[in-house]
Design a protein around this ligand. Structure first.
Ligand SMILES: Nc1nc2c(c(=O)[nH]1)N[C@H]1C(S)=C(S)[C@@H](COP(=O)(O)OP(=O)(O)OC[C@H]3O[C@@H](n4cnc5c(=O)[nH]c(N)nc54)[C@H](O)[C@@H]3O)O[C@H]1N2
Ligand SMILES: Nc1nc2c(c(=O)[nH]1)N[C@H]1C(S)=C(S)[C@@H](COP(=O)(O)OP(=O)(O)OC[C@H]3O[C@@H](n4cnc5c(=O)[nH]c(N)nc54)[C@H](O)[C@@H]3O)O[C@H]1N2
Ligand code: SF4
Ligand SMILES: [Mo]
Length: 725
């Protein structure tokens, strides 16, 4: 008998509402749930692949332990936890607390275990807490801290009349922030906004799905966003298009910024960024003349050179144009499952987030937002001495393909005395581990929409029970954390001020209740609505007047560190092909992107998601392909100043000549290069962690990477395996 359940998809962070048909404890079909008022029936191919993901033969159906001969043997998860706890304690006893590191990947951060993971790290006393945040969009935090921010936030996407998107593609990535569209159904929201008359400006070297919808697409040369945004700011300042009332009251540094961008004339910007001068001016006017709506950016510019400058300019654009909610305005979204908070019409003053806390032994880097930069991950494992990492616990992540300098990361993963991975299948990282805990997949776990709720335009919340009951020994991430804390006697908290009892494991629902302690809306209330519900507060939440102690604080649009970097950029000689001459020996810049069918490395083994491309293509302009004599489907070799990869070329005239666009986190061991047609390749092999990194977060240059590209020699080609059916 087929039973239909309402739930939400957790293949990615977007949490689209879905209906799943279940027969004999197996999912047989997934459809978008039209009753979910956020996603409105939308699903993508990944969501529709949930049945395949849950029942795939490669799914981990229990915990495994590596034997002396390198093979993996099944082991009961409780026994494995006993052994892991004992070994972690022994390692810490011998080498001190910092010998253990924890990495929480995307599926750690979005899991219900996220707060437990942080709490466990604190209890272990190790400085080595890593997450993808320091190789994702760290300059968002740097800029927010340097510039200061606005406590009451900006307007809702549904009220915006202009949006400036810089290096992001929300329809495909389902990712956005700062007043961008809700995660789920980005295409739908963008279409609706277009109908309402909202103007879209997109800055991207590629004519993306977003750019095709835009009123204005600035096809910037990769990595030249600092120059382009400086030019836009210059126009806004010169033409007096900024919000005088707001800046007079809340912003400082206008004169210094005006001076610093003075020589970023439209003609100079055109020469360097390849965006026509007229478009630079037009974009500045279009954005500044809007009434509401913000500038937002994501990974594209954070991975490209000088992300701290680009991100600061994003903050400066919003500050100059006063794109924030004022006293008495409705709060964009008061939240539902988050604890309630007040919103004030005041500046959160600029502050330093760095230079405090534990330091790394490498490159002058140290804790950034409470985390150790991934930049130093491999070196801290490989380098002997005080502070060396000897054991790693990796939760829902895949460093072997996601971290920069892949060859060094492999070496580091091999060097670990103890490596413990929590995953749903044997990834490239899991293959090198000593213990791999098979985890429950989304439909087997109860959860809520808490992690995504602030990106909705309304205070929507949804709860889902577990839909499937797996008949094998798989665990939830939080059960592992509790299991470790219980055995190692490390106190952990599930929410602020809410410790877990180390001697009595809570039940699933009890755990969720604890996790949502203090939420504005009780979980029991949210449970009543299977498709979720909008929980408007009884009294509309409005922005409060500034508190007396905050009335003097101002946002700073011209912090010294940014102005210094801006001068350096202007001092570089510009080459004929745009950009600066220092990279003369490289013909192309390789840029990052997301593919709709996989989530970083998640899903790259599922037949339904491999149909279009079983690899991550190297998208190139036809002219570039003709120049090196290759066609779509041919394998090319791509060399950076650090290393090389193979890629399968694919014609794409949505990118300008001189650019290669490729997604990350594919491929595997460097030995598997010949399998490129079946597994793709890891762009992060091209990236050095020792050069071209941002000095505070350590994010290296993972986009706009200077490369050369050529066809393979006959000998090289002979070693490339054909595509398997
Ligand atoms: N389908 C799918 N969705 C995902 C993911 C996935 O792998 N697949 N990954 C998830 C993750 S982890 C994250 S962090 C988010 C990221 O969300 P987004 O940042 O929206 O991700 P992308 O779609 O890669 O968009 C980045 C854009 O930046 C452009 N770009 C690259 N270099 C430059 C540059 O130098 N300048 C400018 N202006 N643009 C540049 C690229 O062409 C690309 O269109 O997506 C999430 N969503
Ligand atoms: N060059 C370059 N490098 C990049 C990027 C780029 O654009 N370019 N993007 C960066 C970004 S933004 C990010 S976020 C990182 C991603 O870095 P990671 O988070 O390390 O990579 P993922 O592939 O997302 O790893 C997720 C893992 O979780 C597993 N998984 C899936 N579902 C579950 C579950 O329910 N439970 C558990 N326990 N595991 C599960 C998957 O099998 C997979 O192994 O990569 C970064 N690296
Ligand atoms: S965008 Fe796709 S993968 Fe993400 S939640 Fe929605 S259906 Fe699932
Ligand atoms: Mo990410």
């Amino acid at each position: 008998m087929v039973e239909t359940h309402k739930t939400f998809c957790r293949f990615c962070h977007a949490l689209c509402g879905i209906e799943v048909d279940v027969a004999d404890n197996r999912v047989v079909a997934v459809r978008g749930d039209r009753d979910n008022v956020i996603s409105r029936g939308y699903t993508c191919a990944k969501g529709r692949a949930l049945p395949d993901q849950h029942h795939h033969p490669d799914r981990l159906r229990g915990t495994v332990k590596r034997a002396a001969d390198g093979s993996f043997e099944p082991i009961p998860s409780e026994t494995a936890m006993d052994e892991v706890a004992e070994r972690l304690l022994a390692i810490q006893q011998r080498h001190g607390p910092s010998s253990v590191a924890v990495y929480s990947g995307t599926h750690g951060l979005f899991s219900t275990a996220a707060p437990l993971i942080i709490s466990w790290v604190r209890a272990l006393g190790t400085p080595y807490y890593f997450t993808p945040n320091t190789i994702d969009q760290p300059s968002q935090s740097t800029a927010r801290a340097r510039c200061g921010s606005w406590d009451a936030g900006g307007s809702r996407f549904c009220d915006a009349d202009v949006m400036l998107f810089i290096g992001n593609n929300p329809g495909v990535s389902a990712f956005s922030r700062d007043g961008g569209p809700p995660y789920a159904n980005g295409f739908g929201y963008l279409k609706e906004a277009g109908r309402r008359g909202m103007k879209i400006i997109a800055i991207d070297p590629r004519r993306t799905e977003l750019a095709r919808r835009a009123d204005l697409h600035l096809q910037v040369r990769p990595g030249e966003d600092p120059t382009l945004l400086a030019g836009m700011l210059r126009t806004i300042l010169e033409e007096g298009l900024y919000d005088r009332e707001f800046t007079d009251a809340h912003v400082e540094g206008l004169a210094a910024l005006r001076e610093a961008v003075a020589d970023y004339t439209p003609d100079y910007v055109e020469r360097r960024s390849l965006v026509p001068a007229s478009q630079v001016v037009e974009a500045a006017r279009l954005f500044a003349r809007g009434r509401s709506g913000s500038a937002m950016s994501c990974t594209g510019v954070n991975m490209a050179p000088r992300p701290d400058v680009t991100q600061h300019f994003v903050s400066a654009l919003n500050a100059l144009c006063g794109r924030f909610n004022r006293e008495g305005d409705l709060v964009a979204n008061p939240g539902a499952l988050q604890p309630p908070r007040s919103h004030y019409a005041e500046v959160v003053p600029p502050k330093d987030l760095w230079g405090k806390g534990p330091q790394s032994r490498f490159r002058g880097l140290g804790h950034f937002m409470g985390e150790m930069p991934i930049n130093v991950f491999a070196d801290e494992i490989l380098t002997e001495g005080e502070g060396q990492i000897r054991a790693l616990v990796c939760i829902g992540g895949n460093p072997a393909v996601a971290f920069p300098d892949q060859r060094k990361v492999f070496e580091a993963l091999r060097a670990l005395e103890l490596s413990v991975v929590l995953d749903v299948r044997m990834t490239a990282t899991a293959q090198l581990a000593h213990y791999v805990f098979g985890c429950k997949l989304s439909l087997e776990k109860p959860s809520t929409s808490r992690t995504a709720e602030l990106q909705f335009d309304v205070p929507f919340a949804q709860y889902t029970p577990a839909i499937l009951e797996p008949e094998f020994d798989v665990i939830q991430e939080w059960e592992f954390l509790w299991g470790m804390a219980h055995r190692m006697r490390t106190p952990i908290k599930v929410a602020r001020g809410v410790p877990l009892d180390l001697d009595r494991k809570p039940g699933d629902e009890e755990f969720l209740e604890l996790l949502h302690t203090g939420s504005r809306v009780a979980l029991s209330e949210v449970r009543k609505y299977p498709s979720g519900h909008v929980f408007e507060p009884d009294e509309p939440a409005r922005v409060q007047p500034a508190r007396p102690e905050h009335t003097e604080a101002r946002m700073n649009v011209a912090p010294a560190a940014v102005i210094r970097q801006l001068r350096e950029i202007r001092g570089e000689a510009v080459s004929d092909s745009g950009g600066y001459t220092g990279e003369g020996e490289f013909s192309h810049r390789l840029i990052s992107r997301r593919m709709l069918d996989v989530y970083n490395s998640t899903g790259d083994h599922l037949p339904g998601l491999r149909r279009r491309f079983p690899y991550n293509p190297a998208f190139m302009n036809a002219a570039c392909m003709a120049a090196i004599g290759v066609d779509s489907g041919d394998v090319v070799r791509i060399d950076s100043d650090h290393d090389f990869i193979y890629g399968v070329a694919e014609r794409a005239n949505d990118i300008r000549p001189g650019v290669i666009s490729m997604s990350h986190a594919r491929g595997g061991e460097p030995d598997l290069d010949g399998e490129v047609r079946n597994i793709g390749s890891t762009t992060n092999r091209l990236v050095s962690t020792e050069r071209n990194f941002e000095p505070i977060s350590g994010i290296p240059r993972q986009s706009a990477i200077p490369v050369n590209v050529r066809r393979l020699s006959a000998e090289e080609l002979a070693a490339v395996a054909p595509a398997r059916p």
